[in-house]
Design a protein around this ligand. Structure first.
Ligand code: ZN
Ligand code: ZN
Length: 111
């Protein structure tokens, strides 16, 4: 009878990951992922530079490039309605911020 074995295997498989079928229960592998070798990507500098040179702020907080960030700034009360920007990025209201952001710009990000 194979039905019974199948049920048992399914129980084992379900306990493992819901993915193994009846035929795979015997080759249960340890859930060990081969560690990815820590290679240094050649284009690392490009990815490391978190900078929107168009808007002069880090790309990760650039609401003009990523408008899904807007709600977060609004929720914090960090929002300039007049200019449609986070108050903390509004160079029109806070000209000193421009220099501050420039100073924190990653090296080579403006190239
Ligand atoms: Zn931008
Ligand atoms: Zn403003």
């Amino acid at each position: 009878m194979t039905m019974r074995k199948c049920v048992n295997s399914l129980l084992v498989a379900a306990a493992l990951a819901f993915t193994a079928g009846c035929g795979e229960s015997e080759s249960a592998k340890p859930a060990e992922k081969p560690a990815a070798p820590a290679k240094t990507p050649l284009v690392q500098t490009k990815q490391a530079a978190d900078w929107c040179k168009e808007h002069g702020v880090p790309e990760s907080i650039c609401t003009r490039c990523n408008d899904s960030l807007v709600a977060g700034f609004k929720a914090k009360g960090d929002w300039c309605k007049e200019h449609g920007l986070p108050e903390s990025q509004c160079f029109a209201c806070h000209p000193e911020l421009e220099a501050k952001f420039k100073a924190s710009m990653p090296a080579g990000a403006d190239k």
